[in-house]
Design a protein around this ligand. Structure first.
Ligand SMILES: [Zn+2]
Length: 279
């Protein structure tokens, strides 16, 4: 399971986070370390194993989505559309705020000063437009919205956290923070995987070099070509290098690829989450 506070991956049976010492499970986010009952722990593991749906109704307040219900394509589509609408709305709000901010300045000023104000007004509008375009591009295809819901749901399930209500900005911020921490922790894992990958590669190359050193001149003078000596020290180094180096290389590649996948998923989820909850 994952800690809601710091996003650390903890043992499935743990009741306290190994990294921040915070309480796990249903006590998460409540401040004091309450005792986790065995029933709560068993319940949590059952839910995780069955991939039981957590309550996703905050994402679909217009429907009477009951607990554990599958999402219909219409609902998924509506979520994407809602996020696009909210991104557009926030752009319109930004434009209105910019206009309200510059209107009195433009009215008061004259000549050179007026031109300067007008220039920064146009700059602010262009900036807002650029932000809107970037946001729209990130929200992109409906496919991405489906994946975001999936990630948000899984992340909530893995930390035994409930999705915040739409108007609960404090808890929405904590949830976004949790998604951020998950992405950050994966970044650390990707770096560790990168080290494994490089070390594995070096060992593999050294091992291969020793393969060529394992060829020795035969004591039999009739054989003029060098023969591979299986009992030589060099051959042992070759086996060890290829074995250990290969294992490290595979471990490194696996670590990096899973970490990169998690980072991408979390960032995509954060994009939608942020727009949806207007963070
Ligand atoms: Zn923690």
């Amino acid at each position: 399971m994952y800690c809601y506070k710091c996003g650390a991956h903890c043992k499935d049976r743990a009741t306290y986070c190994r990294k921040c010492n915070g309480p796990l499970l249903s006590t998460q986010g409540e401040g004091d370390a309450k005792h986790v009952t065995p029933e709560a722990l068993a319940n949590y593991h059952r839910a995780l194993k069955e991939q039981r749906l957590t309550d996703l109704s905050p994402l679909f307040p217009e429907s009477d989505l009951s607990h554990g219900e599958k999402l219909s394509p219409e609902l998924l589509h509506s979520f994407h559309q809602k996020c696009l609408d909210k991104a557009e709305e926030s752009y319109q709000r930004e434009v209105a705020n910019t206009e309200a901010f510059y209107a009195p300045k433009l009215e008061k000023t004259k000549g050179r000063e007026h031109e300067q104000e007008e220039e920064s007004y146009r700059g602010a509008l262009a900036q807002a437009k650029q932000n809107r375009d970037l946001s729209m591009a990130a929200l992109g295809k409906e496919e991405k919205a489906h994946r975001a819901i999936d990630t948000i749901h899984r992340a909530a399930l893995e930390a035994d956290a409930a999705l915040p209500a739409l108007d609960d900005s404090t808890n929405a911020h904590s949830f976004a923070q949790y998604l951020h921490k998950r992405a950050d922790n994966s970044k650390d894992r990707a770096e560790a995987g990168g080290c494994f990958l490089v070390l594995g590669l070096i060992l593999l190359i050294v091992g291969l070099l020793f393969f060529f050193l394992s060829f020795k001149t035969s004591p039999d003078y009739t054989i003029t070509t060098k023969i591979l000596k299986f009992d030589s020290f060099e051959f042992v180094v070759f086996c060890a290098g290829v074995g250990i180096g290969g294992a490290m290389l595979i471990a490194g590649i696996t670590m990096v690829s899973t970490a990169v996948k998690t980072i991408r998923a979390m960032r995509n989820a954060l994009n939608y989450f942020g727009v949806y909850y207007r963070l």
